[in-house]
Design a protein around this ligand. Structure first.
Ligand code: ASP
Length: 643
């Protein structure tokens, strides 16, 4: 078991598993470098020391410890655990200490006890080099059972496999695990460093903004909160966007907040209905200013067990991200970029390529899967083609550049020699590579290829090829987004690519009134290893322009934002900002499989709190003050009867 604080404070210990070792020893170094002094861990409480801190240097000291019973061996030894680590306790065997022996031998595992005694050296041959406290043990004089533990739904052992449902149902027990302790403590440390950087080094002001607010047009679905006024509802903010801009109008100049945000969208591995942002806004700033601030912030708060971050982060225009990676959040840890090979195939005999190229928007795209012929199986290629057909209604053609490895690809013979050679040159293909080829409208073909690129990377890695170094953190700014995108459900209408408060690119403002879909914006996203971990923009500070965007371009109800439009009219300074998704960032930093692993009390995949059973029903009489009534969905039976 990991000795928490000794790791975090850089003392020696020998974890048993290599992966654990990597995480823990790095955390240790990070603490040593980041904190000026080792925190006082036993102030104000009923212990003199923590279980994990005792060493040979404490020999002879009288100590009082509090902790959970982790193991008991032959009624002779106990291993006591607290947040800091494990320590061995010797159960007294002599008659005079019978009552102490009784307490320590009868208390069930995971009971909480307080013991007092002397730190003694373990007898020769009994030292445990795997345990940070393995040189000593506690000769107990008195013991108190503070609270007994009933039979647990699962053992508190890291090697015990538990379903996520069980973990969430008994989250308070799951939190006792080494991994959860590590994740939450590292999160706390990083947030502390961020506060330090923003407030102490750069004069930001930490301001709390309301969570009871009103509906904001556009953007994500919001949670609704009933009020006692008939027919009136609050909404939970999807972000403090309006408030942070209003704080700039209010002259706060530099604002930040560890802000809770709420979005009523289905959960995904990297989403939660409530999540936390490091929310930032500055007056008199441009895009480069915000980007430099974030680079400095991440560099400063980055755990020092990891390679230091190199800044500035690279930057890529949105159009290039889409063309080369098929997404606005490219994973730049590996190549396999999308290449446009339309020109090479203008006179192709392959039917679906011909078809696509005969259309005005038609293109042909390719990616080269390194060593694909060696590692991909025929069934992989089949499932790739099925995915393309099912989700994109597109064909994908695999090409094996060595004829004897073409797996009888039905159209391989139609690829002319010069096309084959052209592919080799353009895609720099080598022995055993496979080229995947598709055709269609640029955006759709790129987006399909982007998905296949990631899918193939997963497949290759599952077969042992190392494509993405797990220790690598590849940050990237994506810039020059369009200000508006066609709405998915109605492509004739436009919606904001970021949010309606984002300013147009200064050189494109004129297009706003003629060809709004061509306007680039001052919006920037921060991407880490293929995940969007932040986004922001320079804002519109001119009320008229904001009104035009909301009303004429986006066709939103401007009345809902009249307070903001009015504020912009009263001497609003130029301003801009960004928000970092703290949960996602921590998930990537800790290497956790889901953001739920870096949140103390997360919701389940379906948005439920499995521990308390929220959301829960409320009796009708308690709904009365809110003037609302539940309209129960008809159950299947009644519904059928009604038809
Ligand atoms: N409020 C924005 C968001 O949540 C971030 C920003 O523009 O500062 O995405």
């Amino acid at each position: 078991m990991f000795c928490w604080l000794s790791r975090l404070c850089g003392e020696l210990s020998t974890p048993t598993r290599r992966t654990t070792q990597l995480i823990w020893s790095s955390a240790a170094r990070s603490m040593v470098l980041s904190s000026q002094r080792i925190p006082e861990l036993s102030s104000f409480v009923a212990r003199t020391n923590t279980c994990g801190e005792l060493r040979s240097s404490h020999l002879g000291q009288e100590v009082t410890l509090c902790g959970w019973i982790q193991f008991r061996r032959q009624n002779i030894f106990l291993v006591l655990r607290d947040f800091h680590g494990l320590v061995q306790v010797v159960i007294p065997q002599d008659e005079s200490a019978a009552s102490v022996k009784k307490i320590l031998c009868e208390a069930p595992m995971e009971s909480v006890v307080q013991v007092s005694g002397t730190v003694i050296s373990r007898p020769p041959g009994q030292k445990n080099p795997k345990m940070p406290t393995g040189e000593i043990e506690i000769k107990v004089k008195t013991a108190k059972l503070l609270n007994s533990c009933k039979k647990l739904p699962f053992e508190i052992k890291d090697f015990m496999k538990k379903t996520e449902t069980l973990r969430l149902q008994y989250r308070y027990l799951d939190l006792r695990s080494v991994q959860m302790q590590y994740n939450l403590r590292l999160r706390s440390q990083m947030v502390m460093k961020m506060r330090e950087y923003l407030c102490n080094l750069h004069g930001f002001v930490d301001v709390e903004t309301p969570t009871l607010f009103k509906r904001t047009p556009g953007g994500a679905k919001e949670f609704v909160i009933p009020s006692r006024e008939p027919g009136k509802f609050y909404s939970l903010p999807q972000s403090p966007q309006q408030f942070k801009q209003l704080l700039m109008v209010g002259g706060l100049d530099r604002y930040f907040q560890v802000a809770r945000c709420y979005r009523d969208e289905g959960s995904r591995p990297d989403r939660q209905p409530e999540f936390t942002q490091i929310d930032i806004e500055m007056s008199f700033v441009d895009q480069t200013g915000v980007q430099s601030l974030i680079e400095g912030l991440l560099q400063y708060s980055w755990p020092s067990d990891k390679d230091p971050l190199v800044v500035p982060f690279p930057s890529m225009p949105f159009a290039e991200a889409l063309a080369s990676y098929g997404t606005d959040k490219p994973d730049t840890r590996f190549g396999m970029k999308i290449v446009d090979i339309s020109d090479m195939f203008r006179n192709t005999e392959v039917g679906f390529l011909q078809d696509a190229l005969s259309k005005p928007q038609g293109t042909v795209k390719a990616i080269c899967i390194r060593k694909g012929a060696k590692y991909l199986k025929r069934k992989d290629i089949e499932s790739i083609r099925k995915f393309a057909a099912d989700h994109f209604n597109e064909e994908v053609l695999p090409i094996f550049l060595k004829t004897n490895e073409n797996w009888n690809s039905p159209v391989a013979k139609f690829i002319m020699e010069e096309q084959g050679l052209g592919l080799v040159k353009l895609l720099e293909t080598q022995e055993e590579d496979v080229v995947l080829l598709t055709a269609g409208e640029h955006k759709k073909a790129c987006s399909l290829m982007g998905k296949l690129r990631l899918e193939c990377a997963d497949l290759l890695e599952a077969r042992g090829v190392v494509l993405r170094d797990p220790a690598l953190f590849s940050f990237l700014w994506v810039v020059d987004f369009p200000l508006f995108l066609p709405k998915e459900e109605n492509p004739q209408e436009l919606e904001s690519a970021h949010h309606p408060f984002t300013a147009p690119h200064p050189s494109d403002i004129h297009l706003l009134y003629t060809e709004p879909h061509k306007v680039r914006s001052q919006h920037y996203d921060l991407v880490l290893n293929g995940n969007e971990i932040g986004g922001g923009s320079i804002r519109i500070h001119n009320s008229e322009l904001q009104h035009y965007v909301l009303d004429t371009v986006l066709k939103e109800d401007v009345k809902l934002l009249s307070h903001l439009l009015q504020a912009l009219d009263y001497g609003a300074p130029p301003h801009g900002g960004i928000a970092l998704g703290l949960d996602r960032l921590m998930c990537l930093v800790t290497g956790a499989p889901s953001i739920r692993d870096v949140i103390a009390f997360p919701k389940s995949f379906r948005g439920h709190d499995l521990m308390s059973n929220a959301p829960d029903s409320i009796p009708p009489e308690e709904l009365k003050p809110y003037h609302i009534q539940v309209s129960w969905p008809m159950d299947a039976e009644t519904e059928r009867a009604h038809r």
